[in-house]
Design a protein around this ligand. Structure first.
Ligand code: CIZ
Length: 329
């Protein structure tokens, strides 16, 4: 631990205690904020686990290091707490791609279908949906709905939607959204890197295009990819998701070499280059000034009530699904 970090940690510990606050971070924010969350008794996790962890804390304020929809999910599940986001401009291209009015119109044209939306959507979208899902639970949930002869609308990620369809054969009406980080991975360059490394495992998030997923050894949510990186027998791991996740992977397997899946190369340049520009808006400086700005996240009560129904349905499904799968295995 360097001196500068030790001083920052001391400051943040006091700052959180004095303000009755807990710091909760996503795997995609920078290493320093992830460490601060861990070392102050907060947590680093995916969006759903962040919100669930928040519900178990005694502090009256939760500080979310992540993007807006993560803060909103925390507010929906913890309406009695004050939820703060480090930067209110930190959004998500998937969330932005799915605005209320056009999405409502899209849904109205398929009135016989259940609306299933990915966690990366606004509270307003969640409030008009039947189900919210994370990537870790999307396939079993869609399969479960299809087994009851329910037809499905999927939003907003077209690549994750296509992946679910490829895996299950279930027809869905899919919204045309994409994540600007995952959409940029380059197939030819990834093939070259695999050939160059020889012994390697390729871990891919399902928000990536099909041609990238086809090269994967493991496809899954952030948590699944972190676990897979630890279990992998290869010394070299190529990762196709936001590169701040490397902090958790390297901590678990310091002896392994981690490579970013290429986002540029022959005939191609990158815009996001494997970094989410909105996750990058989360900084230490903004964290320690959070209570001096307009950073509290407030939501309409009706939106909270309706969005909570679709999130809670997912949580109940998830709990039952994992109980059943542990019983079987
Ligand atoms: O739900 C999350 O945290 C995101 C954005 C992805 C994942 O796979 O966990």
């Amino acid at each position: 631990m360097n001196i500068q970090y030790t001083e920052k940690l001391k400051f943040v510990k006091n700052f959180l205690r004095q303000n009755d606050a807990k710091l909760i971070a996503h795997y995609y924010v920078d290493e320093e904020l992830q460490k601060l969350a861990e070392d102050t008794g907060g947590c680093v996790a995916d969006s759903l686990q962040m919100a669930k962890f928040g519900s178990q804390q005694k502090e009256s304020k939760l500080i979310i290091a992540g993007v807006r929809f993560m803060g909103e999910t925390a507010k929906i599940l913890n309406p009695e707490k004050n939820i703060y986001v480090i930067d209110k401009d930190a959004t998500c291209s998937l969330d932005e791609s799915c605005q209320l009015e056009p999405f409502q119109k899209f849904c109205n044209s398929f009135p016989d279908r259940e609306i299933v939306v990915y966690a990366n959507t606004s509270a307003k979208i969640k409030a008009i949906s039947d189900w919210v899902v994370t990537s870790s639970i999307a396939i079993p949930l869609v399969e479960n709905l299809a087994s009851q002869n329910k037809k499905i609308i999927w939003a907003p990620d077209k690549y994750l939607g296509a992946y679910i369809q490829d895996q299950t054969g279930i027809d869905m009406k899919i919204w045309n959204g994409a994540c600007i980080v995952h959409e940029e991975y380059k197939t030819i360059e990834l093939k070259k890197l695999i050939t160059h490394l020889g012994d390697c495992d390729v871990l891919v998030h399902p928000e990536s295009p099909r041609s990238i997923i086809q090269l994967a050894d493991v496809v899954g949510s952030t948590t699944k990819l972190i676990n897979a990186s630890q279990k992998s027998k290869s010394k070299n791991i190529i990762v196709a998701t936001e590169k701040n996740i490397f902090y958790q992977m390297k901590k678990l397997s310091p002896e392994k070499n981690f490579f970013e899946a290429p986002t540029e190369g022959e005939g191609a340049t990158c815009k996001s280059c494997g970094r989410c520009p909105w996750m990058d808006l989360n900084t230490y400086k903004k964290l320690i000034n959070i209570f001096t700005g307009n950073n509290e996240l407030l939501l309409d009560e009706l939106v909270i009530r309706n969005a909570k129904k679709s999130i809670n349905r997912m949580i109940e499904f998830e709990d039952k699904f994992y109980q059943e799968s542990t019983r079987v295995s």
